[in-house]
Design a protein around this ligand. Structure first.
Ligand SMILES: Nc1ncnc2c1ncn2[C@@H]1O[C@H](COP(=O)(O)OP(=O)(O)OP(=O)(O)O)[C@@H](O)[C@H]1O
Ligand SMILES: Nc1nc2c(ncn2[C@@H]2O[C@H](COP(=O)(O)O)[C@@H](O)[C@H]2O)c(=O)[nH]1
Length: 207
């Protein structure tokens, strides 16, 4: 039992998976966490074949790569999971997660439902959190107002959102489902869900 606890402590803090429809507010919430808890959370920077949006930085928001590069890296076994979403490839590399773990930070993964299912077959053992919009209408308004999608991409994202919203209701997939209506309330709920892990890292940082 003692050895088991030692092993758990050495494994570091549990990662966190944030999932939910595109436009539900995952990036907004995780950016708040990274800002408020500097030295506690680290973002697992995914790879994607989509183009950067204005303001996004290569290596910070994503690693922007070609399809050929991404497929070759997947074939070499460098990814924990990968998926095609709205016509583009996305994936979590082993190196991205390891880079955060090496710093003993809580690793946050922002991934879609395909990624959630894939991570469940690994030994990553994260806390699974679903961020949901209050309604499809509000989600569509947020995505349109964000002004980042073509009409085609927007429709693909809304189609995927409908499926995501249904799946998130299935018991056992997520540890917690947060409806992001009022941002401050949703952020409060997210912090409550993570407070035990946050305290562990803060205590570790002090010792
Ligand atoms: N509670 C909220 N109320 C109003 N607007 C919000 C709220 N939360 C987020 N937004 C806005 O909604 C838009 C979508 O949010 P965000 O980009 O964080 O979503 P996302 O889930 O990360 O999407 P994607 O998966 O496409 O990256 C942004 O313009 C953001 O500012
Ligand atoms: N399975 C994975 N999904 C990912 C990853 N990185 C991001 N995502 C998800 O893609 C959509 C769209 O993201 P956007 O930045 O283009 O709006 C969103 O649901 C993300 O959660 C990943 O590495 N694997």
């Amino acid at each position: 039992m003692k050895d088991y606890n030692k092993e758990k402590a050495m494994a570091g803090p549990r990662p966190v998976v944030l999932s939910g429809p595109s436009g539900a507010g995952k990036s907004t919430l995780l950016k708040n966490l990274l800002k408020e808890y500097e030295g506690v959370f680290g973002f697992s920077v995914s790879h994607t074949t989509r183009s950067p949006r204005p303001g996004e930085e290569n290596g910070k928001d994503y690693h922007y790569v070609t399809r050929e590069y991404m497929q070759a890296s997947i074939d070499k076994g460098e990814f924990i999971e990968s998926a095609v979403f709205s016509g583009n490839m996305y994936g979590t590399s082993k190196a991205s997660v390891q880079a955060v773990k090496d710093k003993n930070l809580i690793c946050i993964l922002d991934i879609d439902m395909q990624g959630v299912r894939a991570v469940k077959t690994t030994d990553l053992n994260p806390i699974y959190i679903s961020i949901q919009p209050p309604s499809m209408n509000i989600l569509e308004k947020r995505l349109r107002d964000r002004n980042t999608e073509s009409e085609e991409s927007l429709q693909k994202r809304l189609d995927a959102a409908q499926v995501d919203m249904e799946i998130s209701k299935e018991p056992g997939i997520f540890d917690i489902v947060i409806v992001n209506d009022n941002l401050d309330d949703a952020y409060g709920k997210l912090k409550d869900a993570l407070i035990e892990e946050i305290k562990k890292v803060q205590k570790n940082n002090l010792s």
